[in-house]
Design a protein around this ligand. Structure first.
Ligand code: CO8
Length: 260
């Protein structure tokens, strides 16, 4: 499928999904959100894809937010529908049984930070700038940012970021636990691909079920989460990957996982 504002590059089991609207600092308009939804659906059901990396085109921005020019004339109903469409994309990344890594190569503001937070973890360039400037526009985050940031770093730090609209450095985002690692700009994508390739080489069913257990378990009581984990753990013993992984260990050889 051809996209107007997205690039998809496959390398081994790793798909790199690049938001490609550099003239607007990769801002997310309705059309990009539609394309993202379609692209994620395709990647989810493509057995060749084991891990997805999301990044932005150009030197300057990951994604500088939802498209302010498009939003500036929206009615309340259209804004509600636009927020729901963005949230659909964030939830698609959360629900897909494949890891999604954000490589934040520059500005990740508003809907851009929400896109990064919708991924499973974030690597950032040392020149990245992150923030929720929505309040400076008279609005608030609407693509899941209030929920995802508060769950990730706790309400106090999330409150400060969202109420002030202040933009923070990659270093501060690292200290606050928003990003996992900070790399030199020229190293970022390579490092993300290195981690993605390592994940692509292990049992993808185990990875996918672990993602499911972590994401869904966070919304359960601990006891229900344990029960859910045990049931997924049991299911893996009906797979060839489990037989292959354990068989390879016993036979002292490298496992060749098939994802089935
Ligand atoms: N939307 C549309 N266009 C944008 C956006 C954006 N978010 N960000 C940048 N652009 C455009 C600029 O308008 C400019 O285009 P043009 O050349 O045609 O004027 C081009 O990108 C380059 O930008 P700048 O000239 O401004 O570049 P600077 O280096 O001077 O500044 C900044 C870079 C600081 C990133 C600046 O562009 C900026 O402040 N951008 C807006 C950041 C922002 O406020 N983002 C949050 C938007 S709100 C949001 O994301 C809400 C999400 C939830 C939605 C819920 C549904 C309703």
């Amino acid at each position: 499928m051809e996209f107007k504002s997205l690039l998809i590059e496959m390398n081994g089991g790793v798909a790199t999904l690049t938001i490609n609207r550099p003239q607007s600092l990769n801002a997310l308009d309705s059309e990009v959100l539609t394309e993202l939804g379609c692209a994620l659906y395709g990647l989810e059901y493509d057995p060749a894809v084991k891990v997805v990396i999301v990044t932005g085109a150009g030197e300057k921005a990951f994604v500088a937010g939802a498209d302010i020019k498009e939003m500036s004339t929206m009615t309340s109903f259209e804004a509600h529908r636009f927020a729901a469409k963005g949230q659909h994309v964030m939830l698609a990344m959360e629900k897909m049984k494949k890891p999604v890594i954000a490589a934040v190569n520059g500005f990740a503001l508003g809907g851009g930070l929400e896109l990064a937070l919708g991924c499973d973890f974030i690597y950032a360039s040392a020149k990245a700038k992150l923030g929720f400037p929505e309040v400076t526009l008279g609005i608030m985050p609407g693509f899941g940012g209030t929920q995802n940031l508060a769950r990730l770093i706790g309400p106090n730090k999330a409150n400060e970021m969202i109420f002030t609209g202040r933009i923070i450095t990659a270093e501060k985002a690292l200290a606050w636990g928003i990003v996992n690692e900070v790399y030199a700009p020229e190293e970022l994508l390579g490092k993300a691909r290195e981690t993605a390739a390592a994940i692509a080489g292990v049992g993808s069913l185990g990875v996918g079920y672990a993602k499911d257990a972590i994401a869904n378990g966070l919304n359960m009581t601990k006891e229900d989460g344990f029960r859910y984990e045990a049931s997924l753990f049991g299911v893996l013993f009906a797979t060839e990957d489990q037989r292959e992984g354990m068989g390879a260990f016993v036979e002292k050889r490298k496992a060749a996982f098939q994802g089935k």
